[in-house]
Design a protein around this ligand. Structure first.
Ligand code: TXA
Ligand code: MG
Length: 349
């Protein structure tokens, strides 16, 4: 029932894109690639489309959607007012992996914003996403195109795994570039606040804004005492079926600890996976060694993170041990996802 179309981003199939755009305009759902993760798109200004999105994902309807736009003027169409900060950030980072929260106007239905008076807006940096928005003549509300609680999809096959039969169409534009969701910055308060870390770092934002940027304490707290400001960040996310534990510390100590723990599990008859890097993959003894990327190239770690978490489910392991990745630039964004997947179980050595 779900149509699947392979789209070469450099030579887009005009007919398929027109068809996909028409489906959106008719209120149907189309999954599409962006530079961060695949999105599940529907007409952002049509409450029925938003309801379909929640139903397909099995997502609570108080969790607001991001509105994807193709022109800066689209922001003016849906925002109550466009703050000066939004102009600066758009100049620097749009199209790109940055979502801005602004006050909404009456054209945006509460179904799209989960009942909030603010709206999240992003201009994605992917030719297929931008063309879909233009062809549909709509603004496109799109959460990540996964079943709620599963890792975000970084290739079309992940979308099909979760949503086949539940949506009208999947546009397959190949694997995504970045692999983790956009940075979210809230511009509705005096000081801009990051509600979700991503590829665009706090330093990059404050440099462009010429003012400090805060980070929502709720997104780094290990307990539930602080409530995150982005409703979606409070839900348990990306949890693999097996128990995942992170081990943090100096390289050799981490290797020794993971091998010790993996050995104990193996003795108990359990199947164990280790999430390792190019630099360490040969140092482990376990049933499965999954290489997430190279420490010399932190982008590669972000790119493979969600795929590896999906692989863990597929391999039906009982326990997973992972190195931790406090890498210089997007380390915070990577660890934010990994810590959630691990339910904040970290062993420091
Ligand atoms: O990279 C991305 O942002 C991807 C691609 C598809 O663009 N989209 C994405 O959407 O990650 P989603 O729905 O999986 O995550 C959106 C997050 C949720 O945590 C939600 O709670 C938060 O954004 N959010 C949306 N609107 C908000 C608002 N008005 N105020 C606070 N948080 C909001
Ligand atoms: Mg999501």
């Amino acid at each position: 029932k779900t149509e699947l179309a392979k789209i070469d981003p450099l030579h887009m199939d005009e007919k398929a894109m027109e068809h996909a755009g028409r489906l959106i305009a008719e209120g149907e759902l189309v999954a599409f690639p962006t530079e961060t993760v695949y999105g599940l798109g529907g007409d952002a200004l049509h409450p029925e489309a938003a309801k379909k999105i929640y139903a397909a994902k099995g997502r609570p309807s108080d969790n607001p959607l991001i509105v994807h736009i193709a022109e800066f003027s689209d922001l003016e169409r849906i925002a109550k007012e466009v703050p000066e900060q939004a102009r600066k950030l758009a100049d620097a980072f749009w199209p790109g992996p940055l979502t801005m929260i602004v006050w909404k106007n009456d054209s945006v239905p509460y179904a799209t914003t989960g009942g909030m008076d603010t709206v999240a807006v992003r201009m994605p940096n992917h030719p297929v996403a931008l063309e879909l928005i233009r062809k549909s003549g709509c603004l496109i509300a799109a959460p990540s195109a996964n079943t709620s609680g599963r890792p975000s999809p970084t290739e079309a096959a992940h979308v099909a795994e979760d949503l086949e039969g539940k949506i009208a169409m999947i546009l397959d534009g190949g694997p995504v570039k970045i692999g983790i969701e956009s940075t979210i910055v809230d511009l509705t308060e005096k000081t801009p606040m990051i509600l979700r870390p991503g590829y665009i770092t706090p330093q990059m934002l404050s440099e462009v804004l010429g003012e400090p940027v805060e980070i929502d304490p709720g997104i780094i707290a290990a307990d539930d005492t602080r409530k995150p400001k982005a409703p979606g960040m409070k839900y348990k996310h990306y949890a693999p079926k097996a128990d995942l534990v992170l081990v943090d510390g100096a390289k050799d100590a981490v290797i020794a600890k993971i091998n010790e723990l993996a050995g104990e599990k193996k003795k108990a008859g359990k199947k164990v996976a280790v999430i390792a890097t190019e630099e360490t993959r040969n140092a482990y003894q376990a049933d499965v060694i999954l290489c997430i990327g190279s420490r010399m190239d932190e982008d590669s770690i972000a790119q493979h993170l969600y795929k590896i978490l999906r692989d863990c489910d597929e391999l039906e392991v009982d326990a997973i041990y992972s190195e931790s990745f406090v890498t210089p630039r997007i380390g915070q964004a990577i660890m934010n996802r990994l810590l959630k997947a691990a339910g904040h179980q970290v062993i420091h050595v």
